[in-house]
Design a protein. Sequence first.
Lengths: 157, 157, 157
Amino acid sequence: MSIDDKFKTLGLQLPAPMQTANLPFDLYRLDGQILYLSGHVPTESDGSMAKVLGKVGAEVTPEQAYEAARKVTLGMFASIVAAVGSLDRVEAWLKVFGMVNVAPGFKTIPPVINGCSDLILEVFGADVGAHTRSAVGMAELPFGVPVEIEAQLKIRL
Amino acid sequence: MSIDDKFKTLGLQLPAPMQTANLPFDLYRLDGQILYLSGHVPTESDGSMAKVLGKVGAEVTPEQAYEAARKVTLGMFASIVAAVGSLDRVEAWLKVFGMVNVAPGFKTIPPVINGCSDLILEVFGADVGAHTRSAVGMAELPFGVPVEIEAQLKIRL
Amino acid sequence: MSIDDKFKTLGLQLPAPMQTANLPFDLYRLDGQILYLSGHVPTESDGSMAKVLGKVGAEVTPEQAYEAARKVTLGMFASIVAAVGSLDRVEAWLKVFGMVNVAPGFKTIPPVINGCSDLILEVFGADVGAHTRSAVGMAELPFGVPVEIEAQLKIRL
């Protein structure tokens, strides 16, 4: 089954491209076979910032943060399709940098970023989806989003 | 107009290379066509650390932080010239990772890192200057600098 | 002298691979000649998380943090050998991203990450070991580890 078909079979839908309010950067840049993805924040289906804001371990529960990381990932999938036309063009996920907006003392950061890793592996499978990762706690993230993730991928020519 | 000429036309000047006090790392490393730039801090024209120190949203205003991000970027331009001889060798800005030393509750991080993105786009134009970006809030940065930025670029052979 | 021999001559030993408790990511991923290393935490010789936990500048001293960064680096060496069979396969260290779990006000971050840079240069020498670097202060790191470091390297074919 193609990855695009797998995505649909799982009942998932791509959101609209993440809205960046005219900020002076691009959501992605393709250099040869390497696709760079900007830091993505959690978005709703229309590409607007998700409503759940605040620090994980305080206003935002770990469960909400896992879901936020999943929403970030769907937005990254949308950027991949915008960049190269299809999820099937991905040859490898190389690197995921997962940042969590932590309340003081919130240390169980990896399970939050699993919301991203789990979805990548579910959709792309173990071979294509295998990725290196850091999952770390930030002092603040833009506009109070609970999770922000950037990534680098290898694209099939 | 060449990018080097554009740079001069804008009345800009390259600072001396960032002083790193014999720390055991390099400001840049070129691997094939990919140029890696270390985390740069704001520097004055002589390459010394800029005097404005502290947390953005407390000791440092957002306007000062924007200016600090601009100074960081001029230092990165100096590292590019030191690495490959000319700004015209840049084929693409690929990735900018912008880190702001935030006071608790300071969330308007992207406008600070615009001090970097705006200058890149002003000097290099939309095609070469287009870049992916993350703009995030750190708990502390070395010696209390308000902004630190690292980047990856594509170099013309 | 080969780098593997140099490593032994220095009396160093590779730890077992870092234990990741079934977290859904890989310690490394090789794409062509680029080796991506996940964020590594300090580990003991059996690959388990080192016992020194907490914030640098509070529970953890700068000296302990330097030692923790060194342990992280030995774990990264183990991942390199697991990925490509030998330290001699490294053609260049390209990029080191060093993250310190800081207590409020702890700003002398670069000397901590020197625990990594110093060991790289000691083992690999100035040519292969030269690397770009950022050394920054995080709000929290997974499970309270004092240091986490990720890296990208160039591998000899």
